[in-house]
Design a protein around this ligand. Structure first.
Ligand SMILES: Cc1cc2nc3c(=O)[nH]c(=O)nc-3n(C[C@H](O)[C@H](O)[C@H](O)COP(=O)(O)O)c2cc1C
Length: 479
């Protein structure tokens, strides 16, 4: 495998490469060992990072999927396949065969568009059961019902995923069986888009892909190549069936792996509000997106998660115990109350200062006085207190929001606080990190520094939790 050879020759580790291309180390290992195929976007990033030594074509050198040697990563998995209305729908008939070979419990939904390209009869014959097509069909609704579809799946794969279906998903529509199920499900969703290259490149589709990625939807492909239409080529071709199967195996395998099972993780998130009087407070621009994403990733990794959050305007992550607080002093109390824990990740933007004297009535303007002076005192330093406290979790991670000398300040902060790792991010206003969707961080550890490329806050969370899972010693779990 060319990637493995390049990693060996160049001396760039899988971890470094992962950081450069915005992937997890596990993904790079799977790519390196030929157990997965990258999306075209990822292949492009790897080609760039390797200076062109590893090209996208090198990944296609995996050999054909042979029916006699199917992988077994999907054995017994409950798969819902949605076929929407693109020419590539014919390929999903082969996908059905491969999923049946892998002993999957398979159900199929054909969208209205989908049934223009493959017939319910051919799908039904391959699956061994009629596909579902209609939201308002009494037989379907009483037989299984769209909510059970949503609940009883380990993975939903949409192949092909049309531009239209992606737009509906991004907009939260639920006007047919497929979209209603997609909105109601908590199962992982994988899209294999297929469309004309102009449709794929259109700003509306770009926006929808971005939105869906932020919503946690995974993509395989589309690939570059000839389109089914005559004289059309470019990026838009549906991923090949073996690629789709590889991506499905990764996701189903991930859903099964719970590296933090039995661990208690405390995460803080959001800003604090430091009251001035009954109606005013001092706050900051933290949205809580990063901390909430970390809590969600830790929960997905099987941890019991306590999320202590300041006032935010975003939804609670699922499967997490949420404690809502306002001021830093309350956050400290909530964190102390949640201990013991195995891991604590302090992502909240805790105010350093609070007003010395909280007014019990609304402060009034004083006639003739143009200035108003507030005396501030320091808030408790939650990171330091927990890092140096007698109930210290085995792994304590702080966040440093800096506007200058980001890494140097983070190193100093790590030593001063006594925590294990610092995730440092540049929150200078022009970078748009506070409240934004993306983050570029540096992971500062006692024995090293990693510069991660800019990625979504969800990806930062996923990568951090992966690091936590691999670095965390398998010592006894906290009560
Ligand atoms: C011949 C033909 C081929 C089409 N191929 C695609 C395609 O590959 N990808 C796509 O996104 N839309 C394609 N469309 C448009 C979709 O079928 C259309 O947007 C439809 O409303 C999708 O319905 P659905 O999302 O409910 O399946 C095609 C339409 C026609 C008539």
């Amino acid at each position: 495998m060319k990637l493995a050879a390049w990693i060996k020759k160049s001396g760039v580790s899988a971890r470094e490469l992962a950081a450069r291309v915005g992937a997890t180390e596990a993904t790079i290992s799977r790519l390196k060992n030929g157990h997965a195929l990258p999306s075209m976007e990822m292949a492009g990033k790897i080609a760039h990072a390797s200076g062109g030594a590893v090209t996208a074509n090198d990944f296609l050198d995996l050999g054909p999927e042979t029916p006699s040697s199917p992988g077994n990563g999907l054995d017994g998995a409950r798969i819902l396949l949605i076929i929407s209305g693109g020419i590539a729908a014919y390929k999903s008939l082969d996908l059905i065969r491969r999923l049946k070979e892998r002993n999957c419990e398979l159900r199929v939904i054909l969208t209205r568009g989908g049934s223009e390209f493959v017939t319910p009869l051919s799908v039904g014959a391959l699956v061994g059961a009629a596909p579902y097509t209609d939201l308002f069909d009494t037989k379907t609704e009483f037989d299984i019902g769209h909510i059970r579809f949503a609940r009883e799946s380990d993975l939903i794969i949409i192949a092909p995923a049309t531009a239209d279906l992606m737009a509906k998903m991004a907009g939260g529509h639920a006007d047919d069986l497929a979209t209603a199920v997609l909105l109601a499900t908590g199962a992982p969703i994988l899209l294999a888009p297929a469309m004309n290259p102009h449709m794929w490149a259109h700003p509306a589709t770009r926006r929808n892909v971005e939105r869906l990625t932020l919503d946690g939807v995974s993509f395989i492909g589309p690939n570059q190549g000839e389109m089914a239409e005559a004289n059309e080529a470019g990026v838009g071709r549906m991923a090949e069936v073996p690629e789709i199967l590889g991506a499905m195996e990764i996701i189903v395998g991930k859903a099964g792996a719970k590296p933090l099972e039995g661990r208690h993780v405390i995460v803080t998130s959001g800003p604090t509000h430091e009251p001035i009087d009954p109606v005013r407070y001092i706050a900051n621009r933290s949205s809580g997106k990063q901390g909430h994403a970390i809590a969600a990733a830790a929960a997905r990794a099987g941890a019991r998660v306590t999320l202590v959050t300041g006032p935010v305007g975003i939804a609670d992550p699922s499967g997490v115990n949420v404690l809502r607080i306002e001021a830093a002093a309350d956050m400290l109390k909530a964190v102390e109350g949640a201990l013991p824990a195995d891991i604590a990740i302090f992502a909240a933007a805790v105010a350093d200062w609070r007003v010395a004297q909280l007014a019990d009535q609304k402060l009034k303007k004083k006639p003739g006085a143009n200035e108003m002076v507030l005396d501030l005192v320091q808030n408790p330093d939650i990171l330091k207190l927990v890092s140096r406290g007698h109930k210290r979790p085995e792994l304590v991670i702080g966040f440093a929001a800096e506007t200058q000398n980001v890494v140097e300040n983070a190193k100093t902060k790590r030593r001063a606080k006594g925590c294990d790792w610092i995730v440092a991010n540049d929150v200078a206003h022009e970078r748009g990190v506070m409240g934004g969707e993306k983050n570029a961080v540096h992971l500062v550890m006692e024995d090293g520094l990693e510069d991660w490329p800019e990625m979504t806050k969800e990806q930062v969370a996923e990568m951090l939790i992966e690091r936590v899972a691999s670095a965390f010693s398998p010592a006894k779990a906290s009560a």
